[in-house]
Design a protein around this ligand. Structure first.
Ligand code: NAP
Ligand code: 8YV
Length: 321
């Protein structure tokens, strides 16, 4: 007698996902969307026992309140690498493995940090506006404000994890002097570890933030760090808005205490403050550091690969917990 095929595992989708992920996910699994329900917790109290896995994104994550309502939960697969919106402690306590897209997006996030760094230093966006507005024709040659030299400059990297190491590696092509800050020195890398973040800021022309987010790094970059970075120092943040004390940053930009900032991430994104939108000497991006066609496709595929590996073999391709 042939056994009937096993039903597809049931996934709870906790927030919106890009179509390049949602569509293949729906084709392979039985997926239900928590956020379609007006009172999600009441619905989960009745239905939660049916779910084997969670599919979520790093940007939205999900609340720890969901977990007690999911007694059969086996695995969580997240689109992205940030863990700041994922209830890591509660997952760990239940022994539920978490997969992210760690490693898949390193190059593109590092490239985006470099795009901000180069554009800030060489005033690319201002220069474009200057030419288009006709101001160049009015001023004549060589009137546009001078930029800053990138080659040979000093790069400080805050957080030398997967992405931070790629940011640092790229600097070799620009003959830059690189140092980094993290809680623990990283073995086997050629760059100097600086345990004092103010000292690193003081010694940097460009300070790139690519630490983890969450409580441990909240306002790591505060008024004293910005003061140390100084009027010739640029801040680049591709980590999380919470890593920077935004009020102190706005103050430092307004007073000229730092040279400028390139930001991909913010407090309260996407509804960032009016003060931030109007801040001088800033380049702002809408949290798109990983957003290339190639990388976003690879991230979607990795979310699925992690789920398939779990439900087929009890393993994860890129475990984070
Ligand atoms: P990772 O490999 O886990 O590296 C995280 C780094 O942060 C490590 O070097 C860690 O070193 C450091 N760190 C953690 N807590 C710290 C603290 N309190 N003080 C100083 N350093 C600290 O992570 P990753 O894959 O490189 O990603 C890093 C972060 O980038 C993610 O968590 C995410 O928030 C952000 N990200 C943003 C985008 C975007 O679109 N803008 C895209 C991808 C990722 P120690 O533990 O030794 O301190
Ligand atoms: C994505 C990110 O924009 O990986 C992360 O932590 O911040 C970005 O890659 C995000 O995950 C999409 O929700």
């Amino acid at each position: 007698m042939s056994s009937s095929p096993r039903p597809a595992p049931r996934l709870l989708q906790t927030g919106p996902l890009v179509p390049s992920l949602a569509e293949p996910l729906n084709a392979r699994y039985t997926v239900e969307r928590l956020f379609d329900h007006p009172d999600p917790l009441t619905w989960l109290r009745a239905e939660g026992a049916r779910f084997d896995g969670i599919a979520c994104s790093a940007g939205l994550g999900f609340s720890a309140d969901l977990l007690p309502l999911l007694p059969a939960l086996q695995v969580v697969s997240s689109y992205g690498v940030g863990l700041d919106k994922i209830p890591q402690d509660a997952l760990r306590a239940r022994g539920i493995p978490l997969a992210t897209t760690g490693g898949v997006l390193d190059d593109c996030v590092a490239d985006a940090a470099w795009a901000l760094l180069m554009a800030l230093g060489r005033r690319v966006v201002e220069a474009d506006a200057y030419v288009r507005s006709g101001q160049w024709a009015q001023d004549g040659l060589n009137q546009f404000p001078l930029g800053r030299r990138i080659s040979g400059a000093r790069l400080g990297v805050v957080g030398l994890g997967r992405i931070g190491q790629v940011v640092a590696r790229r600097a070799a092509g620009f003959d830059m002097r690189v140092a980094y800050h993290s809680r623990r020195p990283v073995a086997g890398v050629p760059w100097r570890h600086e345990p004092d973040l103010c000292a690193l800021a003081r010694d940097s022309d460009f300070l790139v933030l690519i630490t983890a987010g969450g409580e441990a790094t909240r306002h790591l970059v505060n008024a004293p760090v910005l003061e140390a970075l100084g009027p010739r120092g640029y801040l680049i943040n591709v980590a999380r808005g919470s890593v920077v004390d935004e009020a102190a940053l706005l103050q430092a930009l307004a007073s000229g205490q730092i040279a400028g900032a390139g930001l991909d991430v913010f407090d309260n994104e996407p509804a960032i403050s009016a003060a931030m939108r109007a801040a001088p000497r800033t380049l702002l991006m809408p949290h798109i550091a990983s957003a290339t066609e190639e990388t976003r496709q690879a991230m979607a595929q990795r979310v699925i690969d992690n789920l398939d590996a779990w439900f087929e073999r009890g393993e994860l391709v890129s475990p984070a917990l």
